[in-house]
Write a protein that binds this ligand. Sequence first.
Ligand SMILES: Cc1cc2nc3c(=O)[nH]c(=O)nc-3n(C[C@H](O)[C@H](O)[C@H](O)COP(=O)(O)OP(=O)(O)OC[C@H]3O[C@@H](n4cnc5c(N)ncnc54)[C@H](O)[C@@H]3O)c2cc1C
Length: 460
Amino acid sequence: MLKTAFTDSALARFRTRVAGAVIQPGDDGFDKARRVWNGMVDKRPVAIARCTNVDDVVASVEFARAHQLLVAVRGGAHSVAGHGTCNGGLVIDLSPMQTVQVDPGKKVAAVQGGTKWGPFDRAAQAHGLAVTGGIMSETGVAGLTLGGGIGWLMRKHGLTADNLLSADLVTADGQILRASAGENPELLWGLQRGGGNFGIVTELHFRLHPVGPIVLAGWVLYPQEKATEVLRFYRDYVASVPVELTTIVILRRLPQLASLPPFLRGMPVIGIAACYCGVIEAGERVVQPLRAFGPPLVDGITLKPYVAHQTMFDAAQPAGRLNYWKTAYLTELKDAAIDVLADGARRMTSPFSVLAMYQLGGAARLGSAAFCVNAAATWAEPGENDRHIGWAREFAAALEPNCGVGAYLNFLGEEDDERVRSSYRENIERLVALKNRYDPTNLFRLNQNIRPTGQSSAGS
Ligand SMILES: Cc1cc2nc3c(=O)[nH]c(=O)nc-3n(C[C@H](O)[C@H](O)[C@H](O)COP(=O)(O)OP(=O)(O)OC[C@H]3O[C@@H](n4cnc5c(N)ncnc54)[C@H](O)[C@@H]3O)c2cc1C
């Protein structure tokens, strides 16, 4: 049973220990501070600790433990399941901790635990460097990395987590530890595969790679009624493209954005978005079939700064809308799966919803998956929940016979235990052993939870 009460004096002592703000119900800004990206998530924590340094994080963990408070850890607040907040517990919010330091000589970066991709990308690109990052600039670096990390550079440079050299974290018992190849290497292995289960990461250290700063990127768009033939062409095309190219197929109605020509706004399309991170001349040859097929309605593959490409989708998925996701892996793109994708797009119930299919392979290894599919239902009116959630569920059920085991951790919503366990694949027993060692009471349970042995209850 969770106890959520603490005395005023205990809270006053906590406030004096934390350099950042501690925001409670009734305080100015509480309603804004409790919000997360997904507008479906409407929770009321007892306090939100805005941590500005490692000591604040330690004090927050100790306060939560002392008062048996449910803990939610927040970075960029983009968890679609709403794991960055909770009812009746403490939100440990690292968003004030956003310092990024790049060492261009060593090609490494130190990134604080509340940093978002926008500032990190910009700091690294000032030196022509980058690591695989989220395709939207507001997503948190730590949350994304701990769940794997897929993005435009992944087929060449691996998942984000593959580039994590070391991390500093505060464990459930308030210890400050480093996990690296030399210190606690098993914990580093766990952080690269086990989400936020082992502690609160206050700093991440990444290996960087020369990228751009100009890349060949953008998308080609086709009318959605051609989805089946475009997907069949795409399947043959990606079978032989080099790892410098990563693509994402997107089926949606184009948003009503002023940046789009009027004739495209609201149009149902299938787009192949692409980023080639190698030598431009070679990239031009690689993307030529994309430009030639169809021909496309729009050929928007062009030379542009990598940081601009990294914000390409920002405006289309703003914070605050209502969201429900269903995700799955495909080991291959069979005709049957193509039919389900085309049909799912036709049946889409909201102008904001998206079907996205990420091309894996090369250095982007997630078990035997070749593609990661995400049905992202997004809408604006709370009264319409059932219709849009129903669309995502029906799509997922239709795709299911074609799917591989488990799903990509970072795209999972609230799922049952079995789905979460299977998403940890063959790593699950080793991860449970680490959880038993570093968080035996499951203090950090608002995540894709690895349950310690003997613990049964999840939080809310
Ligand atoms: C619009 C959008 C775009 C996305 N694009 C991508 C993408 O391109 N590639 C991709 O791989 N994923 C993507 N995601 C999924 C994203 O990686 C996950 O939602 C991730 O959990 C977000 O991290 P966050 O810090 O923003 O979220 P939060 O809600 O703040 O945190 C989510 C969870 O991450 C853990 N966590 C966060 N920070 C820390 C920390 N410092 N220490 C320990 N644990 C921590 C906690 O368990 C927390 O509950 C996207 C999500 C959205 C909504």
